[in-house]
Design a binder for this molecule. Structure first.
Ligand SMILES: Nc1ncnc2c1ncn2[C@@H]1O[C@H](COP(=O)(O)OP(=O)(O)O)[C@@H](O)[C@H]1O
Ligand SMILES: [Mg+2]
Length: 263
């Protein structure tokens, strides 16, 4: 059964974003149904990160709306995402260098939002219990990602691929309904890439994923539905086989092949 739009975890409609004279997004529509992996692809500069930032509440679009489960999210801010069951990892790592892996992952939890200052002051016992529960969840996620043994390490002492997994663990600690990933494959070895593909397929069993990727292979491999951006506009969308064989997509990628060779 096709889920109705009111079930959709995140929908952007008619989104336009301008940076000065540059139109970074033009009337973009994208939606993420429950239990699906949606891919957002396109050459460098296509507007993927800008759309990701709009969906995260980091950028307010010039026009258009963002909604979740049929409710319009006006004035969306990044810290509201958790309330809507949405987590994200950013392009790059954004780990806190002065914190251990475990503490980094725990920052993805709702500890303060749930406990609040009043409870912290009046109910220290409850605060400690929440803290312990969050620590347990963080360890469980690290374990699931095969990196529990580095819980006490500082991020800079770890290989890049392991740091990427820490960033993913931080996004998973709240057990989101929707996980948004901005270029999770960047900088990974082919072995790590294959592992990431398996991971995303496994996650799909319990959440939806919006996967933003520059490279097509991973996206073709794991996505149910793919949206292709070029120069800020949706130029193609559909299941992997349709998008793969769309001449407009091939042309967009060929047109940008030279500049993206170094990635
Ligand atoms: N904060 C910004 N100010 C001005 N231009 C920006 C800003 N962010 C992105 N752009 C421009 O918007 C376009 C889309 O960028 P981006 O969303 O980062 O593309 P992608 O993630 O697909 O590579 C590019 O031309 C980029 O240079
Ligand atoms: Mg980007």
């Amino acid at each position: 059964m096709t889920p109705s739009l009111t079930d959709h975890l995140l929908t952007a409609d008619g989104v336009t974003v301008r940076f000065g004279g540059l139109v970074a997004l033009k009337d973009v529509h994208i939606t993420v149904p429950p239990g699906s992996v949606v891919g957002l692809i396109g050459p460098n500069g296509a507007g993927k990160t800008t759309l990701f930032n709009v969906l995260s509440g980091l950028i307010t679009p010039d026009t258009g709306t963002i909604s979740s489960k049929g409710h319009r999210l006006s004035g969306l801010r990044p810290y509201h995402l958790a309330n809507h069951g949405i987590s994200r990892t950013l392009q790059g790592l954004n780990l806190f260098p002065g914190m251990t892996v475990l503490d980094n992952v725990m920052t993805g939890g709702e500890r303060l939002a749930k406990t609040g200052l009043f409870t912290m002051l009046t109910g220290l016992g409850r605060f400690e219990r929440d803290e312990r529960a969050l620590r347990g969840r963080a360890m469980a996620v690290l374990d699931e990602l095969g990196i529990a043994h580095v819980a006490g390490a500082y991020p800079s002492t770890l290989a890049y691929g392991v740091q990427k997994r820490v960033a993913l663990a931080r996004a998973l600690v709240n057990e989101p309904e929707l996980l948004m990933l901005d270029e999770p494959a960047g900088g990974l070895s082919s072995e790590e890439l294959a592992e990431l593909a398996t991971r995303i397929r496994d996650l799909r069993e319990r959440m939806s994923v919006l996967l933003i990727e520059h490279h097509m292979d991973l996206v073709m491999d794991v996505c149910d539905h793919i949206v292709v951006l070029n120069f800020g506009a949706v130029i193609s969308e559909g299941p992997p086989d349709v998008v793969r064989n769309d001449p407009a997509v091939t042309a967009a990628y060929l047109g940008s092949a030279e500049e993206s060779d170094d990635e």
